[in-house]
Design a protein around this ligand. Structure first.
Ligand code: BGC
Length: 545
């Protein structure tokens, strides 16, 4: 599709598409251990979230997505599940989750949980049984060492296949190319894989019956092994999705997606959207001058999402590249053409990294909340919480030093004047992860009291988006200028101008036809005839007469 061709999405085109609360919603990601600690043990918990639901409603959030909060030994932040049907005691109880879901619904919000489908913890009873019983095939056991294979910790001889860290053994969903000479390469319809598919349905049904609205699926592409074209994995998800559609028609299922690993798993697996978690290429192309080293664990010197230090020498090419990647991702996302774009997430650096603040952050939020994607706000990004490079991990990289993610997982800063910034009443040294130590760390209470704050700006943007159908995800987007500044039309009469650069820029825009533009929100943009002038980091939503 040409960069300036209109994009259209969702439910209007595909009546069987995801419900409007998701397709046009604003998602908010809560990393449970760091959001709010209600019992003073230094770790966030569900009751802490319940206590802050009014704040999320004030912000205008529609959907809360939780990272895994199930029983776990926490060697990878709960992405190593020990019991899918029980909330981790550190976070509370199943009843707390049900109360949270109810309290969120009363405030117009829905809850998505994280389905870790491809692996469990080594502590899961399924794995414990499998590590002692050579006849058990819920996991993949080889009789010789090889890539990704880890020596058995139990009485069973052999090696198990890991899915991520060694402590995360891959559940057996079969191989795309079974081979009887290597009996662990079972077909996808063998008893072990069949039992695991049924188990996924049980887990999904268990939580949907409790009022949860759907799931983000962790590493959704990783299930069937050696499935290079993802045909078998997509078929598995289509089966689960079809079952869900019958049993829970209003629930949503969204895969973690990475353009390198999941070309089109969202579309072909029958998912509702792609959750573009690993979007460094798109992000970089738009705001990062095409830089590649944005992932802490890929060795970026100053890992940074949406790096606005765009090099004027690229002359707008980065923006064209962004649009190319975006359209490719949108096309691959499926019939509903829905992609979730996060501000950042629990795996990478935060939006506020590399000294970024103020209008630079406002420009990025303006883009994310008015682009034709589903925005997902990572807790704390809305106040400009900072990324802390090099902060030692308590999980994850302890097991594999290539991953260092603590810097984007520090406790939420609720009140600059309260102990521990209002996150916890524990002694500071008992906090599971330390707070941003800087004296000027941003906080919710102070920003709520200041109309000129980033937080109030984000709230105003969300409110404008809610009040204006043309600004929502499923309305049409037409890019009018694919250079700097980025200029696009939403619907027929809303214009958005975003300048990711710190230098002022001006562009002639065909398609404005001399229409009068009045500012709805933002600053630094002047529209005169067909000329759009944008100050450094200018960002504006305008209505066209
Ligand atoms: C999650 C990571 C996790 C990994 C293994 C990723 O998709 O976002 O946080 O470590 O999967 O489950």
């Amino acid at each position: 599709m040409a960069p300036n061709a209109p994009m259209s999405h969702g439910s209007a085109d595909h009546p069987d598409g995801p419900p409007g609360w998701f397709a046009d919603g604003v998602v908010y990601e809560i990393y449970p251990q760091s959001f709010a600690d209600s019992n003073g043990d230094g770790i966030g918990d569900l009751r802490g979230v319940i206590d802050h639901l009014d704040h999320l409603a004030w912000l205008g959030v529609d959907v809360i997505w939780f990272n895994p909060c199930f029983a776990s030994p926490f060697r990878d932040a709960g992405y190593d599940v020990e019991d899918y049907l029980a909330i981790a005691p550190r976070y509370g109880t199943n009843e707390d989750m049900m109360e949270l879901v109810r309290a969120a619904r009363e405030r117009g919000m829905r809850v998505l949980l994280d389905l870790v489908a491809g692996h469990t913890s080594i502590e899961h009873p399924w794995f414990q049984a499998s590590a002692t019983d050579p006849g058990d095939d819920r996991y993949i056991w080889a009789d010789r060492p090889g890539p990704g294979l880890v020596r058995s910790p139990g009485s069973r001889p052999g090696w198990y296949l890991r899915n991520f860290f060694d402590e995360q053994p891959a559940l057996n969903f079969g191989y795309a190319h079974p081979d009887h000479r290597e009996p662990w390469r079972q077909p996808a319809d063998a008893p072990g894989p069949t039992a695991n598919r049924e188990a996924l349905k049980e887990i999904i049904g268990f939580w949907l019956d409790k009022g949860v609205a759907g799931f983000r699926v962790d590493m959704a592409f990783s299930l069937v092994k050696d499935d290079d074209d993802l045909d078998a994995t997509a078929a598995l998800w289509r089966e689960i999705r079809a079952w869900m559609r019958g049993a829970y028609p209003d629930a949503v299922l969204v895969p973690e997606s990475d353009e390198a690993q999941t070309p089109g798993v969202g579309a072909r697996g029958g998912f509702d959207a792609d959750f573009a978690l690993v979007i460094h290429r798109e992000h970089s192309a738009l705001f990062n001058n095409g830089g590649a080293g944005v992932l802490p664990w890929q060795g970026g010197a100053e890992p940074c999402y949406f790096d606005a230090h765009a090099d004027p020498a690229t002359g707008g090419r980065a923006l064209v590249e962004f649009l190319r990647l975006w359209h490719a991702r949108l096309d691959a996302s499926g019939p509903h053409r829905l992609v979730v774009l996060p501000t950042s997430d629990h795996d990478f650096s935060r939006l506020a990294c590399g000294g970024r603040e103020g209008d630079e952050l406002r420009a990025i939020f303006t883009f994310l909340l008015t682009w034709g994607s589903i925005p997902s706000i990572y807790y704390g990004d809305e106040i400009g919480m900072r990324y802390l490079p090099g902060l030692p991990d308590v999980e994850g990289s302890v097991w594999d030093p290539r991953f260092n993610r603590a810097g984007c997982r520090t406790p939420m800063q609720w009140d600059a004047e309260a102990p521990n910034a209002g996150f916890s009443s524990a002694e500071p040294e008992r906090l599971y992860l330390p707070l941003d130590p800087r004296a000027d760390r941003p906080a919710v209470a102070q920003q709520r009291a200041d109309d000129a704050s980033l937080l109030c700006f984000v709230r105003d943007l969300i409110a404008l988006r809610r009040a204006t159908p043309a600004l929502r995800t499923t309305a049409r987007t037409r890019v009018l200028a694919a250079g700097y500044p980025l200029v696009y039309l939403r619907g027929s009469d809303h214009l958005v101008v975003v300048n990711p650069r710190r230098d002022a820029v001006e562009v002639r825009v065909d398609g404005l036809d001399g229409r009068d533009a009045s500012l709805l929100l933002g600053s630094g943009v002047v529209v005169a005839g067909s000329t759009v002038s944008a100050a450094g980091h200018a960002h504006a939503v305008l209505s066209l007469a």
